[in-house]
Design a protein around this ligand. Structure first.
Ligand code: GDP
Length: 422
């Protein structure tokens, strides 16, 4: 059984053009599951499956891509403590026409990277996604992208998240240099500067002392950060008042994690995915602060016969229960039903009950989608995401379960799609 503590199901939410495709491609490149990646303008983006997407340059599908990430590392290098984290990145469409698709993806992810453009800040679609994430209690970390662009302003975006989105955005970093000269960040937890090496595409970096002219500002922001999370750890609170210098990095990370999962803060980071800066740090933050499937509440549903409330824990030993969140046609394998397995274990070749249709169907194959290949897997367990082949009749939102333990997972609230008149 996989240790669910090392699993992350997350999405990247952004207003169109903020850099979601570029960031996703960087992530897939760093996580090493892809051999060669086309730049966005080649039209070769891995998540862009449909012709229409290529034509319109937007990602409208809501699929999931799997990859792995080593964490923690020291200066980009593995240590004896390094673990392999399994990521499922669930695509959350960035165009306002596809609000309904965003709604569906929110249901199956445990956390979000909210991506903003450092120049444009909070935009209309960021607000829409934010509201949906609030509705589903999705913890999020903020990544302010495009720090290399002229007019980039990290702290202004932090302010906008507070004022326009009503969330307590808390910087974990301060940018070093701006625009063309953007070269690193001050890490407010470690109280060190990080300077990325361009020649290795940001995978390695140097640690430096905080530049003297930034030290006072860094101290102020660090105090704000510690204050914002201190209530999540009594020890930290005490040290904050008595002896702030004795606070350890791990104590802050842990308090940031609790506060993020509790939705009381949104930790904010910055970078430039186009220039390969900061994406790895954001992936470390996904491991550190976003919840694993065992950190989120057990899924609730109802007994389809009696209407009685039922709960399924994220445990492979519980009865199988899953939600189909995206049906798509793949040129190679045909119709694929992406599903999140909330509990239990599903073997390829076995039968599941579709509660809505009342039919038992055989799953001939289960696939995991990687950036450059689709791998058949023998089974999928609680907390994971897969794509099933073999359904004769399936719709988005269907519950799939063990026929001896039927359950209807909470119905999603899906608003009418917004019709664009443009
Ligand atoms: P999406 O619509 O959110 O998926 O955005 P894309 O990833 O397609 O990026 C939109 C445009 O912004 C493309 O031309 C990218 O090359 C560019 N872009 C993305 N990230 C950055 C960045 O960090 N810096 C700069 N300067 N440009 C970026």
């Amino acid at each position: 059984m996989a240790d669910l503590k090392f699993q992350r199901n997350f999405g990247i939410a952004a207003h169109i053009d903020a850099g979601k495709t570029t960031t996703t491609e960087r992530i897939l490149r760093y996580t090493g599951m892809i051999h060669r990646i086309g730049e966005v303008h080649d039209g070769a983006a891995t998540t862009d499956w449909m012709e229409q997407e290529k034509e319109r340059g937007i990602t409208i599908t809501s699929a999931a891509v799997s990859c792995q990430w080593n964490f923690p590392t020291v200066l980009g290098k593995q240590t004896p403590d390094t673990k392999k984290y399994s990521f499922n990145i669930i695509d959350t469409p960035g165009h306002v026409d596809f609000t309904v698709e965003v709604e569906r993806s929110m249901r199956v992810l445990d956390g979000l990277i909210a991506l903003f453009s450092a120049v444009d800040g909070v935009e209309p679609q960021s607000e829409t996604v934010w509201r949906q994430a609030n509705r589903y209690n999705v913890p999020r970390i903020g990544f302010v992208n495009k720090m290399d662009r002229s007019g980039a302003d990290f702290l202004n975006v932090v302010k906008q998240v507070r004022e326009m989105l009503g969330s307590k955005a808390v910087p974990l970093q301060l940018p070093i240099g701006a625009e063309d000269d953007f070269k690193g960040v001050v890490d407010l937890i470690k109280m060190k500067g990080i300077i990325w090496h361009m020649e290795t595409e940001g995978m390695t970096f140097d640690e430096i002392d905080i530049p003297a002219d930034m030290l006072e500002e860094a101290k102020e922001w660090r105090a704000q950060l510690v204050e914002a999370v201190a209530e999540y750890d009594d020890n930290l609170m005490e040290k904050f008042f008595d002896n702030p210098d004795s606070i350890t990095e791990e104590e802050i990370h842990e308090a940031v994690r609790k506060a993020t999962i509790d939705l009381s803060i949104v930790p904010m980071m910055c970078g430039s995915s186009f220039k390969n800066k900061g994406v790895q740090t954001a992936l470390d933050a996904v491991c550190r602060y976003l919840p694993s499937p065992v950190d989120v509440e057990a899924i609730k549903g109802t007994d389809p016969d009696t209407g009685e409330e039922l709960t399924r824990k994220p445990d492979a030993k519980e009865p199988f229960a899953a939600l189909a969140f995206k049906i798509m046609t793949d040129p190679f394998v045909g119709r694929l039903a992406f599903f999140r397995c909330y509990s239990g274990h599903l073997d390829a070749g076995s039968y599941v009950l579709n509660v809505r249709s009342g039919k038992k169907e055989r799953i001939s194959r289960i696939m995991k989608m990687f950036a450059n290949k689709q791998n058949p897997v023998e089974f999928i367990e609680a907390g994971d995401i897969g794509a099933a082949v073999g359904f004769k009749e399936i719709k988005t939102g269907d519950t799939l379960c063990d026929e001896n333990h039927p359950i209807t997972l909470e119905n999603m609230f899906i608003p009418e799609p917004v019709i664009s008149l443009a």
